[in-house]
Design a protein around this ligand. Sequence first.
Ligand code: NAP
Length: 249
Amino acid sequence: MSNLEGKVAVITGGSSGIGLATAKRFVNEGAYVFITGRRQSELDNAKAEIGKNVTTVQGDVTNLADLDQLYATVKAEKGVVDIVVANAGFIEHAQIFDLSEAHYDKTMDINVKGVVFTVQKALPLMTRGGSIVVVSSIINVKGVPAHGTYAAAKAGVRALVRVWTQELKDRRIRVNTLSPGATETPIIRGQFDSDEASDAAKTMFASITPLGRLGLPEELAAAAYFLASDESSYITGIDLPVDGGLAQV
Ligand code: NAP
């Protein structure tokens, strides 16, 4: 069985980029998806794009009451969760010389705390096994200036996945990380002050990537589908890089 017919998926940050592409792919494969994000307008647009079998739940992954609301909605509508894609993420550039406490807290809160409690609070509803996909980054094995806190957060969730693989195996829940390389989503523009600077960064990333270009959200969604579905039934605990070779050579 390779599709997601009858499966219920929760995708945080499902209103944009990789999360939105993953939601579309899962629905095309037969799943029902719950997508989250802070901006209701983006959720509304995403819902229209996905078209069917989707519920939007506005909320911040760093706010535990919002996560409770998310899973209360899932419980009321479907009663069960089969797949969690802990995808919501945040990056801003800061070097060790002058990074602020606010930068540190925000980066860790969204990328680590958000993942931890997204997963923990899903578990009571994961009553028939399932698959958890944590979106990390190839930065979890790279040293890129100004990416220190983000890299620590993304390496942190990769470490958590190793532990959760053991802790959840008896419940027949597989846990894996998916690590994008540079991927064409709004998160890149958000790191720069101008379109020119963002475009220059994309050109630079393409030049150091063996496949010579950035990844597309749909290419990450294909890997998320693989990890979420029975196609990967004998895979747990891994970190799957989808990066055009960027961190592999
Ligand atoms: P994106 O297009 O900017 O999407 C990010 C999504 O996360 C949006 O839906 C955003 O919605 C949501 N989000 C952000 N903070 C949130 C919060 N506190 N609570 C709830 N939702 C939140 O970025 P993307 O590239 O698809 O990123 C997806 C994941 O891939 C992230 O974990 C990112 O770190 C990782 N990644 C991306 C790249 C890349 O090059 N694109 C590379 C490596 C790893 P709201 O803003 O409305 O909340």
